[in-house]
Design a protein around this ligand. Structure first.
Ligand code: GLA
Length: 603
């Protein structure tokens, strides 16, 4: 493939291959959709009348340990972009390195925080060096896919830096990271209305992010950048959810009215998200504007394609609208995938948290150490999951966390549950006992903040001293429970699983078998009667469950099941039931209309 001219922004209209071009884009993140479904989702995108796929690139997954890179399997970016090309879609790549995206630390690897002086998203040398090494690996993967040999027509520089704006040398540095490594395509920045004030660079096209019909915003962009094409880089088709609040919905007709108006005015658009998918594993981020609020596992986003890939009413309306922008009829929609509500399965075996500790990496330290600085994972520290801190105490009394718990700790004395510490509760009364007792704090990293000014403060685990009767505790043994596949495998082959279900020890791991007759289908796991924890299917971490909702189901993609026997393990912190249920469709529970939220919460 050799093209004369890529995407150009030299007048009020984009041109591509020398012809006027309107970007009709949609975001689907390859890392949020099982690889076996990439093709299905992209076919549905094409059939909806979109012409451009946009995706972020998550640095934390591509470099899980410092210097160890992964662009394979679920992270095969080259294959994903190649598939888009096969479908006849153009691609706009958003490689960050910071991506926001309701993703842990906005996609930045947690090991960056091992340096106590780290200044993320600045030209601080420790950050610059790490970005350079990452781009040295990433750019050779994407460069052959640029428009001369592939479908990538533009690349975004960072993400909403106008809202962070801590270092004026930083954006030129990222721009140079791309240019100096041979990326010659059009570069863009993407900012919300507030951020636009501080956004942009010479030679880089500014775009805007919004949800409501606010032509003030679009005029503002036009004023800042006369005689340039206008683009809404993130048109928010819905919104994301946090634990303990409502599921956000954005009504199809409300969305359609805005999209239609944007198109009528000749503006290019990208739907964020066209298909949200799932923040599997421990990948959800969190918000913190004064109160820490972790996001849920589902990234359904109330987008045109649902979490499980269903074409929603929004999809149908959008397709009708977009068909008017094509001279040829749109391709037919792929047939919907069948789903199954499998019969409930009974929990057969359980293994207590305490018995699982032999299978973890552990270390000792006089004072508590935050998880990123633990000497594990080739010294890249622990990134996600739970960390257990144990020490010996000789009396009860008042335990004071000094607000050093990130984010939530279950406290045990001699393995008996004593209470919970978090951002609101800093003190706990511990019972007295005879002689030495073991104090255990099981600390969960509920997700690092992905937006706002607090990125540098996202260290997790215990981040300072914990006091008992005003004296700092010392002499810790620390167990790393990141629950990665290797650990789950070791757990499985352990002979310590117990079948007697009368008095299961909680927290613990609970195992059931699902027998699939015939080809596996997608389903949703439901856990009524359970409390809070994590679900694994055939070793794959599906994400977190928590009875406070709003999410009360977990998406289980068919390709991660096999015909015959499948193993489900629930890690449970609070309360268990003796069975696991399945549903064909998710129940979104309490919902709230995004139009009813104050405008500023969506900036
Ligand atoms: C911003 C970010 C996105 C995402 C959305 C909200 O626009 O750029 O990554 O976080 O907000 O969903």
């Amino acid at each position: 493939m050799s093209r004369v001219e890529g995407l150009r922004a030299n007048s009020s209209q984009f041109t591509l291959e020398g012809e006027p071009f309107r970007i009709l884009g949609g975001s689907i993140h390859y890392f949020r959709v099982p690889r076996a479904y990439w093709e299905d989702r992209l076919l549905k995108m094409k059939a909806c009348g979109l012409n451009t796929l946009t995706t972020y690139v998550p640095w934390n997954l591509h470099e899980p340990e410092r210097g160890a890179f992964n662009f394979q399997d679920q992270l095969d970016l080259k294959a994903y972009v190649g598939l888009a090309a096969e479908m006849g879609l153009w691609v706009i790549l958003r490689p960050g390195p910071y991506i926001c995206a309701e993703w842990d630390l906005g996609g930045l690897p947690s090991w960056l925080l091992q340096d106590k002086g780290m200044q993320l998203r600045t030209t601080y040398p420790g950050f610059v060096d790490a970005v350079n090494l990452y781009f040295d690996e990433l750019v050779p993967v994407i460069k052959p896919l640029m428009v001369k040999g592939g479908p990538i027509i533009a690349v975004q520089v960072e993400n909403e830096y106008g809202s962070y704006a801590r270092d004026e040398k930083y954006m030129p540095f990222i721009q140079n990271c791309l240019r100096s490594r041979g990326i010659t395509e059009l570069l863009l920045t993407s900012d919300n209305w507030e951020g636009l004030r501080y956004a942009g660079m010479e030679g880089v096209l500014k775009t805007i992010n919004l949800q409501r019909l606010s032509f003030g915003a679009i005029h503002h962009l036009a004023d800042l950048q006369p005689q340039k094409p206008l683009m809404v880089m993130e048109y928010w088709s819905g919104w994301f959810d946090v634990w303990g609040e409502h599921h956000h919905v954005f009504h199809a007709h409300d969305m359609l009215a805005v999209v239609s108006e944007i198109l009528t005015r000749g503006v290019s658009i990208n739907l964020y998200m066209f298909h949200g998918g799932t923040s599997f594993d421990f990948m959800n981020g969190a918000m913190d504007f004064g109160t820490y609020k972790p996001q849920v596992t589902s990234y359904d986003y109330d987008a045109p394609l649902s979490e499980a890939g269903d074409c929603t009413t929004k999809y149908q309306l959008l397709r009708n609208l977009l068909s008017q922008y094509h001279s040829e009829p749109l391709p037919g929609e792929p047939t919907p995938q069948e789903r199954r509500a499998y019969d409930p399965v009974a929990v057969q075996q359980h293994l207590s948290l305490w018995d699982s500790l032999h299978f973890t990496c552990q270390c000792v330290s006089e004072r508590p150490v935050n998880m990123e600085n633990l000497p594990v994972n080739n010294n890249s520290g622990q990134s996600y999951g739970y960390t257990l801190y144990e020490t010996t105490i000789t009396s009860g009394g008042t335990l004071n966390s000094r607000n050093n718990i990130r984010d939530r700790a279950l406290v045990f004395v001699d393995r008996q549950f004593a209470g919970c510490l978090d951002y609101k509760t800093h003190e706990l009364a511990l019972p007295d006992g005879a002689g030495a007792m073991t104090l255990s704090l099981l600390v969960e990293n509920c997700g690092r903040v992905n937006y706002g000014k607090a990125l540098d403060e996202q260290r997790k685990g215990i981040v300072g001293d914990i006091l008992l009767n005003h004296t700092p505790l010392t002499g810790f043994t620390i167990f790393c429970l990141d629950m990665k596949p290797g650990f789950m495998k070791r757990l499985m082959s352990s002979g310590q699983w117990k079948s007697d279900f009368k008095s299961p020890s909680i927290p613990g791991f609970f195992q059931a078998r699902l027998y699939v007759d015939g080809p596996p289908r997608d389903t949703f796991i439901r856990l009524p009667g359970w409390g809070k924890g994590v679900v694994f299917v055939n070793g794959q971490n599906l994400g977190r469950h928590w009875c406070i909702g709003p999410q009360l189901f977990l998406y289980l993609p068919g390709p991660w099941l096999r015909s015959g026997e499948n193993q489900i393990i629930v890690f449970e912190e609070q309360k268990v039931d003796d069975k696991i249920l399945f549903a064909e469709n998710p129940d979104h529970g309490r919902t709230i209309d995004v139009y009813k939220l104050p405008f500023c919460t969506l900036l």
